[in-house]
Design a protein around this ligand. Structure first.
Ligand code: MSP
Length: 866
């Protein structure tokens, strides 16, 4: 049996503006879904492209002083290049100026015309050039959708008999033959199609007649009797006449696909096809509609109808009303009418007035069953609308001047974070790494379907917390330990040591390791994930098994909730992390007792196997990073695993004991907050570059920097240290220059004075020394001498300190130690990380092991030394 197919599309992007992260968002979501469906073994086809016709593009090109085709070529290339840099796995990039697309659009127009769904008429109305739509509002007033002023357009037009499709469309959506998600978009489309009952209900004299309230049934009875309201096949009311016929050609400009014969000759002027009919048809022309070759037809039969159109919420009406109506009208049960060139020619020759020449032939009516049978065969299965990326509560868009370019993020994260710390990495790798960061942020941060705000600061915070610390830290801890304790070979496994993770007391974040049956607490889990709050009271006694988390992640992926799929996957990460911290395998490793070694083996296997499952789940979101983890786990090429079902095996035990780990290397270097400024500057530089370029003639003025979504607080930038850099400020703690550090900041330590000058007690009082406990200690990639510590200062909170003691202390032996810290040193930056203070130590020989200054257990954390 051939594999199930999955045909997925993004909207095609207008070429009047260069891509920004709003466009990238849709494309990323589509790529995640395409990767997920491919790994499930489906015959997946992922289409994206550019929408290149219409008055808007024609005007933009004219403003830039270039022919529209050249203009479109440049911007389309920019989109395609960006998707390539980001590793987007589209199968085809369609352009509406391509010949094959033109053939498809003209075929669609001709079919509709032949069947009597299109007629010629003249029309005067308000037109929004920006939205390329006639609008029901007075000329000269702002467009209700985008706010641009409406222009009067009088034109002879071809019209599509949209009004004939009101009930078929309502039936289609009510029956879920066309699924629309989220529910809010479905409701919006349905109420548009059903018409507005409010003024009719308002006619009822009072909501109350005597003591008795008017029932809903009585309200609709009134609508039926006085206004002719009808019922859909499922019995819901609608007002006939709500849907008006749609103008589907334009004659005032040239930049479009010409209306084909015989329709063309019927018109006084030359017409181009309305840009939305042109654009929507891309979904069919891309897979072979209009291509009469055997290959073209086979391809069309293989992929059409589309399984999912992914769109921004502003274009649901085009995809859920116009597009399905065009497709319903292609039903072969509609007979081809005699509205052919012959009749038109006779009438033209007789110089009959236009109203006589336009066709009055109406296609016959089809039954609900005929529509429904055709819909199942030929209409897209689902349209899913996502929300917008916002800044200052407004949609990020070129016209508002509040956009962030994806290239900025690729360059900043790729070159500044990845490239600086792994200078040997190639440009392509850096791009893919940065693309993962953006993918993760957008999918994790924005509840799918809702609007979400973007800021560089939020992205950096999320990256450091979830990827550098969360996933990345777990992988590096576990694989390093397997390396150390088992010579880099996955150890044998006898018993589950942490099958279940969440807690009888989530309030204090305790994880209880017990076993419960699968699926017992699905509803609580749903609740907890929905609120994003695992500490919610309804969750107090919940237990979540590992399998529950895996099932939830899969369920959410398959129901287009990547944000929740990630949350569910992170429960596995948190559980594995917490388990290791609680059970301290490094202590077991020091024991010779066989029982301890068996526990260690079970524990490290379980941690490794958890990483395998987590990695398989995260692959669609983080294709580059998970490929690295997969290889480090000794499992080879993740793309191969995606193709041969390896990533679909989420059964416990998939990791074979005896697997030799691959070479280990850090995956997510930390990102410094200073990156906010770097990215803001990059955006500003781009703005000014564009402002002086040709293509910018049509760009709106760049916003002031302070209103830019990218703008972080400028003061948040911590300047690179200019002079000598004390690591912790003490010679004892900086046992010699770290070459990695010297490149950044020159000499590491100030020259030691043989005899220190005297200071007053007031001078000493300026130094704040406090008792602290080390709670986290870890190595820093490519810095042999530096450790990153997190210290707990009791009531004074926790902070990060970088210290040059890596040669003398392992991270494991430092965790839990009480030390003395100078807490009021200005923060310093090293290796892209900030150090907030220094620890005190002394060594008796130059370069000898430093002894850490300490205070007894009885002194509270945070207590000041005076
Ligand atoms: N060309 C039409 C679509 C035709 S489809 C047959 C169009 N183009 S567009 O470039 O203006 O927008 C295309 C899509 O880009 C939107 O539907 C949406 O998916 C995405 N986005 C553009 N700006 C966005 C945000 N600020 N936020 C999220 N997505 C955004 O409409």
């Amino acid at each position: 049996m051939s594999a199930k197919k999955f045909y997925l599309t993004t909207p095609i992007y207008y070429v009047n503006a260069r891509p920004h992260i709003g466009h990238a968002y849709t494309t990323i979501v589509a790529d995640v879904l395409a990767r997920r469906h491919r790994l499930l073994g489906e015959d997946t086809y992922f289409l994206t492209g550019t929408d290149e016709h219409g008055q808007k593009i024609e005007r933009s090109a004219a403003a830039a002083g270039v022919p529209p085709q050249q203009f479109a070529d440049e911007v389309a290339a920019a989109f395609q290049k960006l998707w390539d840099r980001m590793g987007i796995t589209y199968d085809q990039f369609i352009r509406t100026t391509s010949d094959k697309h033109k053939l498809g659009v003209q075929k669609l127009f001709s079919k509709l015309y032949e069947k009597g769904h299109i007629y010629l008429d003249s029309y005067t109305g308000s037109y929004c050039v920006s939205d390329e739509a006639f609008v029901d509002a007075p000329v000269g007033t702002p467009c209700p959708d985008c706010g641009r002023l409406l222009e009067e357009v009088t034109e002879e037009n071809f019209f599509f008999r949209l009004s004939n499709f009101q009930k078929p469309l309502i039936d289609l959506i009510e029956s879920n033959e066309l699924v629309i998600t989220p529910e809010s978009s479905r409701n919006e489309v349905l109420s548009f199609l059903r018409g507005n009952f409010m003024p009719i209900f308002a006619e009822l004299p009072k909501a109350w007649v005597g003591d008795k309230p008017i029932t809903i049934d009585e309200m609709f009875k009134h609508a039926r009797e006085s206004h002719g309201a009808l019922r859909s096949s499922l019995g819901h009311h609608y007002l006939p006449g709500t849907l008006k016929d749609l103008s589907i050609s334009r004659s005032g400009f040239k930049w479009g696909i010409p209306v084909p014969e015989p329709a063309a000759s019927a018109a006084e002027q030359k017409h181009v096809i309305y840009v939305w009919l042109d654009a929507l048809a891309n979904y069919m022309s891309a897979v072979g509609y209009g291509d009469e070759s055997a290959k073209g037809q086979a391809n069309f039969a293989r992929y059409w109808p589309a399984d999912l159109h992914l769109v921004g919420k502003e274009i649901t009406r085009f995809h859920c009303v116009y597009w399905p109506a065009f497709l319903l009208a292609l039903n072969p049960e509609y007979q081809t009418e005699t509205q052919d060139k012959g009749i038109v020619d006779v009438l033209r020759a007789a110089e009959a007035p236009l109203h006589l020449r336009k066709s009055k032939i109406e296609p016959q009516k089809l039954t609900a069953e005929q529509h429904s049978a055709w819909a199942r065969e030929f209409l897209p299965k689902q349209v899913t609308a996502h929300g917008w990326l916002l800044f200052d509560n407004a949609k990020m868009s070129k016209s508002k001047g509040n956009i962030v370019r994806t290239e900025t993020i690729l360059d900043a994260f790729g070159d500044e974070v990845y490239g600086k710390q792994f200078p040997e990495s190639m440009k392509a790798e850096r791009d893919l790494f940065a693309s993962d960061v953006l993918r993760y942020f957008l999918l994790r941060e924005i509840p799918f379907g809702q609007d979400g705000s973007f800021s560089f600061e939020a992205m950096i915070t999320r990256y450091n917390a979830d990827l550098a610390n969360g996933f990345g830290n777990l992988v590096s801890r576990v694989l390093t330990m397997i390396g150390k304790y088992f010579d880099g070979v996955v150890p044998p496994f006898a018993e589950t040591v942490f099958d279940v993770m969440i807690t009888t007391d989530v309030g204090s974040n305790m994880l209880e390791v017990v076993t419960v049956g699968k699926g017992e607490i699905a509803s609580e889990m749903e609740n907890a994930i929905a609120t994003g709050n695992l500490k919610g009271s309804s969750f107090q006694r919940a237990l979540v098994s590992r399998q529950d988390s895996i099932d939830a992640a899969i369920w959410y992926f398959d129901h287009l909730r990547p944000d929740r799929a990630i949350t569910a996957t992170y429960m596995l990460i948190d559980a594995a992390d917490k388990h290791l911290s609680d059970r301290t395998p490094w202590k077991l490793a020091k024991s010779n007792a066989p029982e301890d070694l068996k526990t260690l083996s079970d524990m490290m296997y379980s941690a490794g196997e958890s990483i395998r499952i987590i990695t398989a789940l995260l692959y669609p979101i983080l294709p580059y990073a998970t490929a690295k983890v997969w290889a480090q786990l000794g499992l080879g090429d993740i793309e191969l695993a995606a193709r041969n079902g390896g990533l679909n095996n989420l059964q416990w035990g998939g990791l074979k004991p005896g697997t030799k780990l691959g070479p280990l290397a850090p995956i997510f270097p930390r990102a410094d907050k200073g990156l906010i400024q770097i990215m803001t500057d990059m955006e500003d530089a781009q703005d000014s570059k564009l402002a002086s370029s040709k293509l910018s003639a049509q760009q709106d003025p760049a916003p002031p920097a302070s209103t830019h979504p990218a703008a972080g607080p400028r003061s948040s930038t911590i300047a690179e240290p200019a002079g000598p850099l004390p690591v912790g400020g003490s010679r004892a703690l900086t046992p010699g220059p770290d070459p990695a550090l010297t490149t950044e900041s020159g000499q590491l330590t100030p020259p030691a004075a043989e005899t220190a000058p005297q200071i007053t007690i007031d001078d000493f009082a300026k130094v704040e020394l406090r008792v602290a406990q080390i709670v986290v200690a870890e190595r820093i990639p490519k810095a042999d001498k530096l450790l990153r510590l997190e210290v707990d200062l009791g009531p004074h909170g926790k902070r990060q300190i970088l210290s040059g003691i890596a040669e003398f202390y392992t991270p494991e032996e430092l965790v839990g130690r009480r030390i003395v810290v100078i807490t009021n040193l200005a923060p310093r930056k090293m290796r892209g990380l900030e150090s907030h203070g220094m620890l005190l130590a002394a060594s008796d020989t130059e370069g000898g092991k430093p002894a850490l200054a300490t205070c007894g257990e009885e002194i509270a954390l945070g207590a000041r030394l005076k």
